[in-house]
Design a protein around this ligand. Structure first.
Ligand SMILES: C[S@@+](CC[C@H](N)C(=O)[O-])C[C@H]1O[C@@H](n2cnc3c(N)ncnc32)[C@H](O)[C@@H]1O
Length: 326
């Protein structure tokens, strides 16, 4: 009897709001379906690259001038580039999204050039290659990097073949198709500098270990491997690792090459204890790596692993770029 009474009280209290929410869901479902349909139509009918109208062109010119960028750098962005869509999905207008995308490219260049300069000195542009940008997407970095390193010494690799093809065609770099199985990654090139921006921040433990090993094995005897991760402190977790199956790729229903394999690509948080242990598995001494905290987008840490003795320390001042400030 008490149970029945409790049930009645719960229903009387929470029933109406729950019923209201459900009724709203019925109203929104067809609207949502319609939006989905329109987005798919737009994607199918749209040219391969986002159109740059006058307002977007003005923003791009401003960014070129502020950062003294090469006037002729290639500003074409693929419609499949999820890094650009991220800004659109977060309510940036097109001109703002172009600005944010290229400010991010500048941010990449700042990190790469400062790491390379620390390792090779002022003449890094003559030494930091062969260079591999692993998990490069659609070339946010490459479009600028080809103005600082020889394009034929830059290698770009991603699981998304269209992304690799786009970069080979537009920026004249070398392309390597990647795979979900790390051990299938094959090239005879031994890289002086391997950069991995925002991949290890998406990999579950098993793939984290295996990709680190495979990439480290592809380093030149005096090479460096720099990769970014989310630290567990971002989510206040006491665990060494936390893997969530959500990723930006799952938020896009219209991009054909979005990654749907939740077990291979989600969102990963790791602490230094974990990364240190993973690096130790490579046979690298504890003093052969250096961690730069929250450098990438003010969010991700960069770990730099040296094949030889560590040359990295806190003397590098990386810039922080917030596109809304420009
Ligand atoms: C968050 S995006 C970062 C892209 C680029 N580095 C940037 O920051 O603009 C992660 C990239 O990792 C790529 N990726 C995922 N699994 C991969 C794999 N097994 N091999 C190579 N790339 C992979 C995705 O296709 C995606 O382009």
């Amino acid at each position: 009897m008490l149970k029945n009474l409790l049930k009645k009280i719960v229903l009387a209290t929470f029933g109406p709001p729950v019923k209201y929410v459900i009724s709203q869901m019925y109203i929104y479902k067809p609207v949502e379906e319609r939006f989905q349909f329109l987005e798919t139509m737009l994607q199918d009918a749209y040219p391969d690259e986002w159109v740059i109208n006058e307002r977007s062109a003005e923003e791009i010119e401003r960014i070129k001038n502020i950062f003294d960028l090469p006037q002729d750098f290639n500003t074409g962005i693929s419609k499949n580039d999820l890094m650009f869509r991220f800004f659109i999905q977060n309510n940036f207008s097109f001109p703002e999204a172009f600005k944010a995308y290229f400010v991010r490219s500048v941010h990449f260049l700042d990190m790469i050039s400062k790491i390379a300069e620390k390792k090779w000195g002022k003449n890094w542009q003559q030494q930091a290659y062969p260079f591999l940008d692993f998990a490069s997407g659609y070339g946010a970095l490459e479009r600028l990097l080809v103005h600082y390193l020889p394009a034929n010494q830059i290698y770009t690799s991603d699981i998304k073949k269209k992304g690799v093809d786009f970069q080979v065609e537009k920026f004249g770099v070398n392309g390597i198709y990647s795979s979900f199985t790390p051990e299938d990654f094959k090239t005879d090139v031994r890289f002086k500098f391997i950069f991995v921006g925002s991949l290890f921040s998406h990999l579950p433990e098993d793939l984290f270990t295996r990709w680190l090993k495979v990439l480290h094995n592809h380093l030149h005897e005096d090479g460096i491997l720099a990769f970014t991760v989310h630290d567990t402190s971002i989510i206040n977790s006491p665990e060494d690792t936390v893997y969530l199956t959500a990723s930006e790729d799952l938020t896009s229903n219209v991009v054909e090459d979005a990654i749907r394999k939740k077990e291979s690509y989600g969102t990963m948080y790791v602490n230094e204890k974990y990364v240190k242990n993973e690096i130790a598995k490579l046979g690298v001494a504890a003093n052969q790596y250096y961690r730069y905290e929250k450098i990438f987008c003010n969010l991700q840490d960069i770990y730099v692993v040296n094949k030889q003795a560590n040359v990295f320390d806190n003397s590098i001042t990386f810039n922080y770029y917030d596109s809304t400030k420009y």
